[in-house]
Write a protein that binds this ligand. Structure first.
Ligand SMILES: *Cc1c(COP(=O)(O)O)cnc(C)c1O
Length: 377
């Protein structure tokens, strides 16, 4: 059996090596390292794939979120509602821009922001909502957009973990996650579902004026070379990363299928076990399984984590400390929040290896080891 990785990027590279190597060398030969043809091509291809009017590439997913908030002209003290059960980047940029993060609990089934709790958290100062499509499952974008539109609040989708997912509205309309809100943000960090070989990110929107502003902010607030209209930053996707992404984007749907197949295998292996809840799959979206995360009941999770490691099976806790309990947010009243579902999940989730290269021998071994521990403890 091949050694089991949490994410097997080496094996995936072997399948596309010839194309990736050629694409990288083409960039080097052209010496167009910054904003070269590969970047323009990728931006157009991703817009086509997502069905978004504009895609603006940038340096990473965290920058994408920051630039989105800058483009919406949010002012110090403005409130931004986010889940606390997320990767720190979502909430960190809120504080970085001196905005006020407002943490909201998540749905116990989807692990995404709870629309009812979200509406309760809205005040006259709320300017933006940042739903996170956690682990590859879309938040309830229909309910969220309805609330946001009613209150005239912008929505920034954190799509870093769900690129390629579809959300299906109750009238049957289907839209890619990241293209439903005012602005969508994503990351091409190597381990993401569409990952490059370094850092990368993108912002998408269907609004022409916002797209122009986002482009400007990501390029030092510049309209014409050396003429700077507004304060911006320097956030670029480099051409070599774009070249890698140009090879991988046409394979994204196949990569998602491979992840979903691995998830099906796990689901079947764990079906009916009273101590395990497998990932929920809502009817209204396509789970793209950035993570395959179990919810455990009556299991010593840290001992399971150690048992698996001792048996050469990596597993991870995403995330051991929710945002509102991070010291970073102590001054924002983090500890005063009461988010029972978030705390409950934080103590019970464990993520198993999930990537495009898992074979049935590995999946069988992983699930056997998980069940061996759970059934004997
Ligand atoms: C990865 C990730 C980000 C940040 O992306 P980087 O490219 O690492 O900056 C933001 N939000 C979520 C939910 C993520 O998973």
């Amino acid at each position: 059996m091949r050694p089991i990785q949490m994410v097997d990027l080496k094996q995936q590279y072997q399948q596309i090596k010839a194309e990736v190597d050629a694409a990288i060398h083409e960039v080097i030969d052209s010496a167009a390292f910054i904003n070269g043809k590969a970047v323009q091509d990728f931006s157009a291809s991703l817009a086509g794939y997502l069905g978004a009017k504009h895609v603006i590439p940038c340096a990473n997913g965290t920058d994408a979120l920051q630039i989105a908030m800058m483009a919406l002209d949010l002012q110090p003290g403005d409130e931004v509602i986010t889940p606390s059960f997320t990767y720190i980047a979502t909430t960190e940029v809120v504080a970085l821009l001196r905005l006020k993060p407002v943490f909201v609990d998540v749905d116990p089934k989807t692990f995404c922001i709870d629309p009812v709790a979200l509406e309760k958290a809205i005040t006259p100062n709320t300017r933006a909502i940042v739903p996170v499509h956690l682990y590859g499952q879309s938040a309830d974008m229909e309910a969220i957009m309805e609330i946001a539109n009613r209150h005239n609040i912008a929505v920034i989708e954190d799509n870093a973990q769900a690129i390629g997912s579809d959300f299906v509205f109750s009238d049957g309309r289907k839209q890619k996650t990241g293209t439903i809100g005012t602005i969508g943000c994503t990351s091409f960090f190597p381990s993401k579902n569409l990952g490059c070989y370094g850092d990368g990110g993108a912002i998408c929107t269907n609004d022409d004026a916002l797209a122009a502003k986002i482009t400007k902010i990501a390029n030092h607030g510049q309209s014409k070379r050396y003429y700077h209209d507004i304060v911006g930053c320097n956030s670029r996707l480099d051409s070599i990363q774009a070249a890698v992404l140009n090879v991988k984007l046409p394979r994204l749907d196949a990569y998602i299928d491979a992840r979903r197949k691995a998830a099906d295998f796990y689901d079947k292996a764990f079906a009916g076990n009273p101590k395990i809840t497998v990932p929920y799959r809502a009817d209204n979206n396509k789970h793209v399984f950035h993570q395959y995360t179990l919810l455990l009941e009556g299991v010593d999770r840290d001992s399971l984590n150690k048992f698996l490691a001792d048996n050469q099976v990596p597993s991870m806790i995403y995330y051991p400390v929710p945002a509102h309990r991070q010291q970073m947010f102590a001054d924002f009243g983090g500890a005063s929040y009461n988010l029972p579902v978030t705390d409950w999940l934080t103590e019970r989730v464990i993520s198993l290896p999930m990537h495009t290269e898992l074979d049935s021998e590995q999946l069988e071994y992983i699930s056997t080891k998980v069940l061996e521990f759970i059934n004997n403890h």
